[in-house]
Design a protein around this ligand. Sequence first.
Ligand SMILES: O=C([O-])CC(=O)C(=O)O
Ligand SMILES: [Mg+2]
Length: 601
Amino acid sequence: MDSGTSSARRSRSGSPDPIASNAGTALPYATRSALHLKGLVPSGVEDFSVQEQRALEQLNMKSTNLEKYIFLSWLRTTNINLFYRLVLHNLKAIAPVIYTPTVGQACQEYSHIYPFLAPPNNVDGLYIPLPEVENIDEIIGNYRESIKEGDEPEITVITDGSRILGLGDLGMNGMGIPVGKLQLYVAAAGLNPDRCLPIVLDFGTDTDKYLEDPLYLGIRQHRPSDEAFYAAANSVIGALHRAFPNMFIQFEDFSTEHAFGLLEHWRHRALCFNDDIQGTGCVILGGFISAVEQAGIPPRDQRILFVGAGSAGVGVAKQLVDYFVVAHGIPENEARAMFWMVDSRGMITTDRGDRLAQHKVYFAREDNASTQCTTIEEAVEYVRPTALIGLSTIYKAFSEKILVRMNEINQKARPIVFPLSNPETKAECSFEEAMRCTNNRVLFASGTAFPEYTAPETGRVYVPGQGNNMYVFPAIGLGAVLCKPTCITDTMIYAVSKALAASLNAQERADGELYPRIERIREVSAELAAAFIQQAVREDLANDRMWVDLVKASDTDKLVSEVRRFMWLPAETFEQLRQCCPHTHHHPVMPHSHAEGPSKL
Ligand SMILES: O=C([O-])CC(=O)C(=O)O
Ligand SMILES: [Mg+2]
């Protein structure tokens, strides 16, 4: 390490020395001298674990989740190594703060809690205003200048903020979502934080509250026409793809029609994936496979009622149809007939009198012309569902009355209830309600995190399944970054769902859980990423020789352990931090195509 001059404290482009800024009070005296930091740090020299204890204390002093979120954002932009140590060691407690549900509130307040980042040293992603799209190459060039050499982004999460969770159009404030999702990529699957790029397309908002908010940080105009939207979005994505051809692109929280439109346009042109359509579908299918296995009736006797027919609802339902076709050999038309959908106008039928949006046509029913159901209650009586799935963003849409009926209708089988809307203020019902109304018989998964439920009769504690895409998008991204497939196919996503259902351990199965415990997420992500890579190789679409050879060797355990070796981990000790740049080191350190080997400082 060249430490003879004070400029050693600064790296290229004037950014602070990553060792000094990530070590802080852990810097030994000799290094303080060498870096000209003597007297600039308190005299105590401590381990990272002690720093972590202090950070946790400060986190716990915050009385609201939003304050915790603000504290954690500050920590992340100040000392990324400590931030990820804290996150990884307390994932169960921290995931709901950096991600759903708190991230929803953080987005609503984004312009009010923006952390005063100082570019170019401190850049948290790209903000691309509509009038600047014509200068996209300059913007990408500026980004390149702000990052360290070799830190080309390998993954981006991109939104236009038009449909943030179930909260609607938040405009530029939606940036909190790409930022939050990418933190999960790092925590859950070991993507390298310096190679993650959050992007917001700041194309205006149709929410007057933000246009009128004096602190709003986005452009103050209404959203463009569809035509102008696609022209601008495609021009940005095209430029990104030209600049970073191997970068995995995750589309996130676009309004329904645009989500489908962008995916359709790009899925065979670039390495991309829509988290709300494909990711949500994948994770729900994983939990649903487990639920169908535990329900106690033959799979083909399932009758599935969906409430909500947006991009996520239809995406999920299609994946469930494929599952019945592929895994249970049910012909597609019969599998499709196991599904009913309700939207804001009632049951979706071919003859209810309105022109159906294109994506709903596939599920339009013809069998109930005489009894057009307009409410969920009526649909429950008509369908007598074994499974009730909500992607409606309607708070408490699954009333106690409906839940009690689900229990009565399903005396032979365990009822499946999945209130998947996000965040909690949009959830169709809570875990506690579902448990109480079904005598604890429900097979449950929700989109948002609910607390555990203690049955008053027995004192037994039940853990709710969180059918949140955080179980799958990090693994899909990791698998894609490693094996570099030409594109992402539905069959690769399906392989991940199957792997998710298979990842439950004996204890989790015995406890009737539908998803693995969040504490095991890295282990599970490695298994899922390996399943993704295997499928990509089977389809002859993987372009990284090393992973192709590994799959062809047919040793799944070896493949999983190789995936684990490529996961980024924060440094545990000062010595580790010194040996490897914190932003590029993997354990054990080895050169590979996914990220360069350790860069010695
Ligand atoms: O972010 C989440 O928790 C799930 C998600 O993608 C959404 O609701 O749009
Ligand atoms: Mg989303």
